[in-house]
Design a protein around this ligand. Structure first.
Ligand code: EPZ
Length: 421
């Protein structure tokens, strides 16, 4: 069995580089299915979720060439099937982007209902609403989503709830559709802008990404080109919170500081010193942390994908903090694992109440999902003694080589294989 073994209580010092954004990569790679030509994509994080989506493209018949660890070339010209492999697609949430991409390319798509981290109900009704508005029929049969359209035609789609996935999927389906599609109440996350920028670099006409109204004027075809994925806002935020939790002085490089504004303001409220540069942020923590309240919201609000990590940090702040989860119904399953380390947290509905300031002590814990796993690493770095994190496979879904990169800034963390027998 694979585990991560962390010896806590050591401050972090030095520089750490943020990789390309996972949630941009898992949409941009399927978007290459719309491109008639070779796409060279740089700054691709070498993580499990990207591996799975590349496997799916390969299965569909795309030629995927790994130029180096973080650069790939995709040639989709040979893809001739609109049916995604069931087992792979049902393993990850982002497989739903194959729906928009295959529908856009072939006018039909068959993709398993998506899997991925489980935070309660994860509907796709808004994706379906968008596809139907563009003229597709959509059925869910034997665990598969089957979408068909003779001809996709632009339309106006109002999203009843701000949804990252639905916004991206409608962009994918509309890029080659006839006429104009307008997405109202669109999500504004940095990865939405990145997907639009990628498609525009290949010849699409998408305006307004990053605002709540996106206009897509369908084009006849897209040609190949080169594109570099933006830095990962959530990975950068995780490293910043790690530095604040462990103490010390860390320069997190390859960051777009504007993407980090909500986290920076919370860290400053907690007494952490922050210095911003053009593409880096320095995090220094020398004094005790102060409690604060946090509410997750769509961008530019505080990201839900940093909620477990900030809860882990707040367990170290003397006093009471409240963290309210306003995006997902049930994203506090990891709290029981933090309690094993000595955290005092109670969950009431959508709010976690954290009585901070207890000394945390290392213990065996289990990563229940990707960001929960990151929260456990944060708590482990600040705990006395040894924490063994089981199922680090969840962490590997979104963080490349976590133990190696953290070791370079002074963490004592290693991957240890324990025999089950
Ligand atoms: C994306 O998930 C991310 N995943 C998630 O990151 C992230 O937590 C989430 O956006 C919110 O930022 C990927 O990009 C692959 P949503 P997504 O559609 O697109 C409701 C991580 O840790 N909703 O924006 O699935 C939904 O229930 C992962 O990296 C509908 O009601 O999220 C939720 O309450 C985990 N109907 C809210 O909208 C729909 O059709 C936001 O979901 C779709 C969503």
């Amino acid at each position: 069995m694979e585990t991560l073994r962390v010896i806590g209580g050591k401050p972090l010092h030095g520089e750490i580089q943020t990789n390309g954004a996972k949630n941009a990569a898992v949409a941009i790679i399927p978007a290459a299915l719309l491109v008639n030509g070779i796409c060279r994509i740089e700054n691709v994080p070498d993580i499990r979720d990207v591996g799975v989506i590349l496997e799916m493209l390969t299965y569909l018949g795309a030629k995927v060439t790994k130029v180096d660890n973080n650069t790939i070339e995709i040639d989709s010209s040979c893809v001739s099937t609109y049916k995604a492999p069931y087992d792979l697609a049902s393993r990850m949430r982002a497989s739903y982007y194959l729906l928009g991409a295959l529908l856009g390319r072939f006018g039909q798509a068959e993709v398993a209902l998506p899997g991925g981290c489980n935070f309660g109900e994860r509907p796709i009704d808004l994706h379906v609403k968008g596809f139907k508005a563009l003229g597709a029929t959509v059925d869910i049969i034997r665990g598969q989503v089957e979408a068909r359209a003779g001809h996709l035609k632009g339309a106006t789609v109002y999203l009843d709830k701000v949804s990252v996935g639905a916004t991206m999927n409608i962009i994918l389906a509309a890029t080659l559709a006839e006429g104009r599609t307008v997405i109202e109440n669109a999500a504004k996350e940095p990865h939405i802008v990145d997907l639009a920028n990628f498609l525009n670099a290949m010849g699409a006409r998408i305006r307004g990404a990053g605002t709540d109204v996106i206009r897509i004027d369908g084009v006849k075809s897209l040609g190949g080109g080169s594109y570099a994925i933006i830095p990962d806002q959530i990975e950068a935020g995780t490293f910043m919170i790690m530095a604040a939790a462990a103490g010390g002085d860390v320069l997190v490089k390859n960051i777009i500081p504007k993407h980090m504004a909500s986290l920076v303001s919370k860290l400053e409220e907690m007494g952490v010193e922050i210095e911003e540069y053009d593409d880096a942020i320095r995090v220094v923590r020398t004094s005790p942390l102060k409690p604060c309240d946090v509410r997750t919201m769509p961008y530019p609000g505080f990201p839900t994908d940093l909620q477990p990590q900030i809860v882990a940090l707040l367990t170290l702040a003397e006093g009471t903090s409240m963290v309210t989860e306003d995006v997902w119904d049930n994203r506090f399953q990891y709290v029981g694992e933090l309690k094993r380390l000595g955290a005092d947290i109670s969950v009431q509905g959508k709010t976690a109440i954290i009585e901070g300031g207890n000394t945390l002590h290392g213990a065996p814990v289990r990563a229940t999902d990707l960001r929960a796993g990151a929260a456990l690493v944060i708590a482990a770095l600040a705990s006395d003694g040894v924490t063994v994190i089981n199922d680090p496979i969840y962490i590997d879904r979104g963080y490349e080589n976590i133990e190696l990169r953290l070791s370079k800034i002074g963490a004592t963390i290693e991957r240890v294989y324990i025999s089950n027998g």
